[in-house]
Design a protein around this ligand. Structure first.
Ligand code: ADP
Length: 541
């Protein structure tokens, strides 16, 4: 027997409808790419998204067509997302930090028909546009006054382009399993892989993301997504913020410490989210100027492990609660958030920080297990680590144009991460399966060592890689970037780590470098580091 409730497909554009009706006047503020601050609200975003939809429809963009965006977090980019998905086409966020060759590969693979692009990226795009075979037209996200001369095919200024639509248009209707968005994984190994979100998965994921023990965003919040719309579906913020009716502050092209601080302060931001590298820059700015963060209540740190020292600094010096989070493009992307269950809620100081180093517990809608290499379940004792596998309505079951089976027999997806689970269901990443250091048949977590090393007051950033060892197979090498104008010796760094980890985990050597390479999404590029140190000889004991 079927239930007797209404059929109300979970379509993403219903989110912007709700925001426009219930929270229509709520400010959406952007630091525009052109420079000045721009203010609008959800009602106007919806109106203009409908114009985008109408105009795309008139340009012949159909259900299932891919439309690329190469753009910063701005109100125009948000309008494009909703306009594109509102006719059943697919927003495809392209990460501008990728190499031009990777961008071409991704756009061609996705067969994007149009591209919305910010002014920032025109020069590089013009150089490579001949390689973008399927793009029929470029819409430059600016007005006529700022529109430069460009060689891009059929280029038009966004404001002129939507001015040709009157907005007398209705969203299209289709099945909730229709594709809505697309994002390629960074592809640090092999070619990037396309993840295809559906309307249903995005809407369910936005509900999950908004729960009190997830991001817990309310209409009273002011949200600043530092995480770009092009990074893993913007960690849901493009959906969960309008869904909850919170005000939205968009940083445009400027993600440096002073610019982010200015927005946090001016607009009394209460909630923000981004990768550790961004927060490193903000903390340096705060230390330099002595400024405080009186309005900011919560900060979600994810994408890479949040260093202990960073979590502590935000909480103890600035009174901002850190929510450590883990996820991946294939998971829409949220997998777990480290908010406190009653079992841990009373903890303070170092004991609380110990828990906050974990990536947290999954919200409803994400199931987790850890297994050995043969697929056997491992215990949730907080110590045993194994392959982390996940299942849920917002987790990928296949990649775009790829028939490979990516789920196990129980329908779980192998995340490629290695983790422990504790008795209260908190997950802690110990490594990427390809980064873990295999020493004498045992595993050493590179992340644990990195977290420890960055706790040293002179260390700005640290990375640990395994290097060849005649007896142990691999041993850890600690690569360190010192803070500006600091000097330190190898012994000084190692002495700091002594006693805080098992003896056999101690790095065999420390290499001081000027800079550690990062991926386009701010993760340490271990492949490049390994390449650089491939002939490195560890000191003989
Ligand atoms: P991108 O490289 O584009 O950021 P993803 O967001 O899909 O791609 O990367 C997901 C991976 O990032 C995870 O599988 C995990 O290895 C890593 N990651 C994400 N959040 C954390 C975290 N809080 N701690 C440690 N690793 C993390």
């Amino acid at each position: 027997m079927l239930g007797l409730m209404q059929d109300w497909p979970l379509l993403c554009h219903r989110i912007i409808d709700h925001a426009a009706i219930q929270h229509g006047a709520r400010p959406v503020v952007t630091r525009s790419v052109e420079g000045p601050i721009h203010t609008t609200n959800y009602a106007d975003i919806r109106k203009r998204a409908l114009k985008v939809a109408q105009r795309l429809d008139r340009d012949g963009i159909k259900l299932g067509d891919r439309v690329a965006t190469l753009a910063w977090n701005t109100w125009r980019h948000l309008e494009c997302w909703y306009g594109i998905l509102g006719i059943g086409a697919i927003y495809h966020t392209v990460n501008p930090r990728l190499f031009a060759e990777q961008i071409c590969w991704i756009v061609n693979h996705a067969e994007d028909r149009m591209m919305f692009v910010d002014l920032t990226f025109l020069p590089i795009l013009e150089k490579h546009a001949h390689g973008l075979k399927t793009i029929e037209r470029y819409v430059v996200l600016t007005d006529a006054a700022h529109m430069p001369k460009t060689t891009l095919k059929n280029a038009v200024a966004y404001e002129e382009w939507i001015a040709e639509a009157d907005g007398d248009f209705a969203w299209k209707s289709f099945d909730e399993n229709t594709a809505a968005g697309m994002c390629y994984t960074s592809g640090t190994t092999g070619n990037p892989k396309g993840v295809l979100y559906s309307h249903r998965s995005n809407v369910l994921h936005a509900f999950m993301a908004s729960l009190p023990d997830a991001k817990g965003i309310a209409a009273r919040d002011v949200v600043l997504p530092v995480v770009p719309l092009f990074h893993a579906n913007c960690w849901s913020l493009a959906f969960s913020t309008p869904l909850t009716g919170a005000s939205l502050i968009l940083p445009g092209a400027k993600l440096d410490g002073p610019s982010i601080y200015e927005l946090l302060d001016t607009y009394k931001v209460t909630f923000t989210a981004g990768v550790p590298t961004v927060w490193l820059a903000l903390l340096q700015e705060l230390e330099k100027t002595g400024a405080k963060l009186p309005h900011l209540k919560r900060i979600v740190i994810g994408g890479s492990a949040s260093p202990r020292a960073m979590t502590q600094k935000f909480q103890d010096s600035y009174g901002v609660e850190v929510i450590h989070a883990w996820g991946m493009t294939e998971m829409s992307p949220l997998g777990s958030l480290c908010t406190m269950k009653p079992e841990y809620a009373a903890l303070t100081g170092e004991a609380k920080l110990d828990i906050q180093m974990k990536q947290g517990h999954p919200p409803f809608g994400v199931e987790m297990k850890i297994t050995d290499d043969k697929g056997k379940n491992l215990p949730w004792d907080g110590k045993t680590f194994g392959r982390l596998k996940v299942r849920g309505p917002a987790v990928a079951r296949r990649y775009f144009k790829d028939d490979s089976e990516i789920l196990d027999q129980e329908g779980f997806f192998d995340t490629g991460d290695v983790a422990t689970m504790d008795p209260h269901g908190y997950m802690q990443i110990t490594d990427r399966s390809k980064d873990v250091i295999k020493s004498g048949g045992e595993w050493i977590s590179s992340i644990d060592l990195e977290n420890l090393a960055v706790g040293h007051p002179k260390v700005a950033e640290a990375a640990v890689i395994g290097v060849q060892h005649p007896k142990w197979d691999e041993r850890p090498l600690l690569v360190v970037v010192l803070k500006k104008d600091q000097r330190a010796s190898k012994d000084e760094i190692l002495a700091f780590m002594q006693g805080k980890i098992a003896k056999w985990w101690m790095p065999d050597d420390v290499a001081f470098v000027e800079e550690i390479p990062h991926t386009a999404t701010g993760k340490i590029l271990k492949t490049e580091l390994r390449e650089r140190f491939k002939d490195y000889r560890l000191p003989v004991q």
